[in-house]
Every structure is written in structure tokens, then in C-alpha cells.
Write a protein that binds this ligand. Structure first.
Ligand code: URA
Ligand code: SF4
Length: 485
């Protein structure tokens, strides 16, 4: 027989879990000894009293974990509360737990987080308001069925985008309303499908709205269909205007790019700077001509909470074929030099200034060509989106192309390498040699010198990060303390 495990009943809200979990933890109650459930799992149960936390009892909760836990808390999986408590418990002794991808709890945590974020992204993109005349007021109402309990996560986005409208979003679980006069957002009860308004006066306005905000550059019907389960299609006015949009898309893409008079990836970069969203969107990029000759775009790789980001120039032949950065000869040398410098590549986010391979064909060979400044600038929006997603403490540019992207076209690598600089795009940037430059060296002594130079620079980067660490460390610091081997 299974041992009896007492149930702890909470309100289905992150804050309720947090308070109860804090209390259980300080009482030393292990996750094997309780089962946390919420009142949605078993309606009618009374909440379990939260024992007050003794003053002075300190528990350490990585801040990153709490932020991500608040996202996971919105998942519909009834086991999430227990999972979160198990992770919180284990984090007390396993500080780096969240980086252990193969751990079952961590893998589930990541999966749930990803699913909630995806659901949120879909809601932002596909929710549709309808106008309802409400006494003398105009009220905009949207009915939407998210997969998860994401209304409170989604509300701020709509408040900002539709700040002057009086609106309500109704879901089967809960509703939220915005009053533009009082500037107040209010949550309420859920609404059944039958009670949701049917009236559809402003269908045409909605079509125009979607027609004008709809970014044809991102128009990829297959991806859209994959992303939108069929049951949502009825909520999609853009499906009605899709044929026209498709027809106009080519011209509008040109106009968008031409209108700026410059090459740029900007029109292709999604608003949500989450790595999975960015990664999914980059294959559609036509920000410059380099996509035409390449096999695929090569996006960055590494943990989302990396403290250090390395930026190369562009994918080479092997990267172009495999879709991963720095896996060819330059990548192998980079791995060696990182190891010598005391840096664990697994903990670093590695990407390139330009995401498509540029080359000239010579017989069977594809010879690398350096990107032009215009291509580096065109591709920069992807790099900035990655920087925004990762928010690394330090960025190291490998070679002149990456350095030019963040530090300007005039940047003098040999004069400025190894220094901690500041850029408009990243607070702390260092530039050093590119491993390919070392591979190209024709004399052994020069090769040795360059390798030493790069290793010294990277060691200085490590020392800098370790030196600033105490200043930014807090009891809830989530960043790995052992990113260096
Ligand atoms: N050189 C780079 O700059 N980046 C890669 O990904 C590979 C080689
Ligand atoms: Fe877009 Fe960059 Fe590729 Fe050019 S190189 S098409 S800007 S991803």
C-alpha cells in the first residue's frame, strides 16, 4: 500500500503556492511528505492553513526560479504545484539544478514553461476583439480559450496595446476588463462559450486592423497552421483576408525594406524576444540577400540564463550544413581555447553577428567571404533580440565583424582587444581575436602569439566577471556560480 501523504490545499495561484511552499520549507517538510493540490483539482476542499514562517528562518530562492515558476504556475497540469515544491526543495542543496537538462524534474519544468509561453504568444497574436454597444459606451469584447491559465500574464500586453479602449477579455476560466478612464484592470469570473457575445459589428474594422498590423514578412501559413490548432481557426479574421495578404505580401515586404532604404532584418524579428520564438522565425528572414545562397539560418545556441555571450562572425561551411554555430574547424579551436581559459562552453551562449553563410563557390568548395558592413547591420536586429533574451553580463566579440556590429564600423580590434568596453547595445563588451584568424596564420610563432592573445583576453573576461560578481550577488542570485570549469 502506498503510504498516506497528507494533502495541502491551496488556491490555484502562484502567490498562494509561494506562501505555502515557503512555510513548508522552513518547517523542513520534504516534498515526499506532502502533496500540494489546488481547489480546481478537487473543488470544495478547504485551504490548508499556512503556518507562519519563523522570523529569522532564511531560505534561499533563486530569483530566476521564482520568475519561471510563476509562468509554470499558469500551466493546466495539476501536478505543477508539487513539481515546483520539489524543485524548490532540491534547489536548497543543488544550487545548479536548473541547468541539469537531463534531470526529470527540470525537463518537465522547462517543458511546462515553454508550453505556457507559447500559449501566451498565441494569445497575443490571435486574440480578436469585437465591438459591443453597451448603453452609451463602446465596449470591446474578446472571447478566447487559452490552453493554460494565462490571462494574468497576457493582460499587460493588451492594456498597453489597447490603452484607450474599454475592453474585456473573456475566457472559460476567468475574465479581465480594462477601464481606460480609471486606468484600472480588473479580473473577474470566467464566462461560458454560450454567454460570450455573438454580435459582430466591426468585423470589417478588425479585418483592416489585422491587415495593417499583420506583418506579411512573417506570413508563413504552414507555421501558422501548425501553431494554431484547428479549433482556433474560427477566431482568426486574418484567415479571411489571407489570400489578399498573400498576394500583396511580396510587394509589402519590398516596400517595408525599401521604405527604410536599407537592408534590415527588423521586419522579420518577432516582438517577443524569447529564444524559441526567435529561433522559429529566423528561417523566414529576408533582411539581406545572404539567405539565398545558404542552406539555413544558424541561430545562437546555449542556455537562456548564460552570463557570458560569445559572438562570432557568421556560420561557416559546416555550420551552414548542421545549423549550429561554431561546430567546424574554428569551433573546435574555440572549444580548446575556451577550455584553456577556464570557460565551460556549455554555460555560454554562442552566436554570430550574421546568421547566414556568405561564400563564393570554387568548384566543389565554398569559400568563406567576410560579410559587408551593410549585412552586419542588416542582421543586427537578430543579435539585439538575442541580447535582450539572454541579458548576459558580458559579451565577447570574436573578431572584427562582431565587434563592428556592437562597437561601430571604426572599431580597431588590435588596439582595443581585451578591454571591457561599453556599447549602446550591451553594457559590457570585450573584443578579441576570431579563432579563424589563428587558423589562417601562416607562421607558427605568429599562430602561437595569437592564440596566447586570445586566451589572455578570455581569461581577463573570466577575471572581470568573477571580480564584479560579489557586487551583484544577492541571496537570491540565480545565476550559476560555477560557470567556469
Ligand atoms: N566562424 C564563425 O564566426 N562562426 C561560426 O559559427 C563558425 C565559424
Ligand atoms: Fe536575415 Fe541575417 Fe540572414 Fe540576412 S544574414 S537574411 S539579415 S538572418
Amino acid at each position: 500500500m502506498l503510504p498516506f501523504v497528507p494533502e495541502v490545499v491551496i488556491e490555484p495561484a502562484f502567490e498562494a503556492w509561494r506562501d505555502q511552499a515557503r512555510s513548508l520549507l522552513t518547517q523542513g517538510i520534504s516534498p515526499d511528505a506532502v502533496k500540494i493540490i489546488d481547489t480546481l483539482t478537487q473543488p470544495g476542499l478547504a485551504f490548508t492553513k499556512i503556518e507562519p514562517v519563523e522570523a529569522g528562518r532564511n531560505i534561499s530562492v533563486p530569483r530566476d526560479f521564482l520568475e519561471r515558476a510563476s509562468v509554470v504556475a499558469c500551466h493546466r497540469n495539476p501536478e505543477r504545484w508539487q513539481l515546483l515544491y520539489r524543485l524548490l526543495w532540491r534547489l536548497q542543496s543543488e544550487r545548479n539544478l536548473l541547468k541539469v537538462d537531463i534531470d526529470e524534474d527540470v525537463a518537465l519544468f522547462r517543458r511546462l514553461e515553454h508550453q505556457v509561453r507559447r500559449d501566451l504568444h498565441k494569445m497575443h497574436a490571435f486574440l480578436r476583439f469585437r465591438r459591443v454597444n453597451f448603453e452609451r459606451d463602446e465596449l470591446y469584447v474578446a472571447w478566447y480559450e487559452p490552453d493554460h491559465y494565462i490571462l494574468n500574464l497576457a493582460a499587460p500586453f493588451f492594456r498597453e496595446r489597447f490603452a484607450v479602449m474599454r475592453w474585456s477579455i473573456l475566457t472559460p476560466d476567468a475574465s479581465v476588463s480594462w477601464d481606460p478612464d480609471a486606468k484600472r484592470i480588473q479580473f473577474g469570473l470566467g464566462v461560458s462559450r454560450e454567454a460570450a457575445p455573438q454580435e459582430d459589428e466591426l468585423e470589417s474594422v478588425w479585418r483592416t486592423y489585422y491587415g495593417s498590423i499583420f506583418n506579411p514578412a512573417r506570413l508563413n501559413t504552414r507555421a501558422m497552421r501548425n501553431e494554431m490548432p484547428v479549433r482556433y481557426w474560427k477566431n482568426l479574421p486574418e484567415l479571411n483576408v489571407l489570400p489578399q495578404l498573400l498576394e500583396k505580401a511580396g510587394g509589402r515586404v519590398d516596400a517595408m525594406i525599401g521604405g527604410q532604404g536599407k537592408l534590415s532584418a527588423a521586419a522579420y524579428v518577432p516582438e517577443a524576444h524569447e529564444l524559441p520564438v526567435l529561433r522559429e522565425s529566423i528561417p523566414q528572414c529576408r533582411g539581406c540577400d545572404l539567405h539565398a545562397g545558404a542552406t539555413q539560418a544558424v541561430f545562437g545556441q546555449g542556455p537562456e540564463n548564460a552570463r557570458l555571450m560569445l559572438i562570432g562572425e557568421q556560420p561557416g561551411d559546416e555550420e551552414d550544413r548542421s545549423g549550429q554555430p561554431f561546430v567546424g574547424p574554428a569551433g573546435r579551436l574555440l572549444n580548446e581555447i575556451l577550455r584553456e581559459s577556464g570557460i565551460d562552453r556549455q554555460q555560454v551562449y554562442v552566436t554570430n553577428a550574421v546568421k547566414h553563410f556568405k561564400y563564393v563557390q570554387r568548384g566543389k568548395l565554398r569559400l568563406h567571404q567576410s560579410p559587408r558592413m551593410s549585412e552586419i547591420v542588416a542582421c543586427r536586429p537578430w543579435l539585439l533580440a538575442e541580447l535582450d533574451a539572454i541579458k548576459p553580463e558580458l559579451v565577447v566579440c570574436l573578431g572584427a565583424s562582431a565587434a563592428k556590429s556592437l562597437l561601430g564600423a571604426q572599431f580597431a580590434l588590435m588596439r582595443e582587444h581585451g578591454k571591457i568596453l561599453s556599447s549602446a547595445y550591451a553594457p559590457q563588451v570585450m573584443a578579441t581575436l576570431h579563432p579563424s584568424a589563428i587558423l589562417r596564420a601562416t607562421e607558427a610563432t605568429r599562430e602561437e602569439e595569437m592564440r596566447t592573445m586570445m586566451t589572455e583576453d578570455l581569461k581577463a573576461a573570466v577575471a572581470h566577471m568573477q571580480a564584479v560578481k560579489p557586487a551583484i550577488q544577492s541571496p537570491v542570485e540565480h545565476r550559476p556560480t560555477r560557470i567556469f570549469v
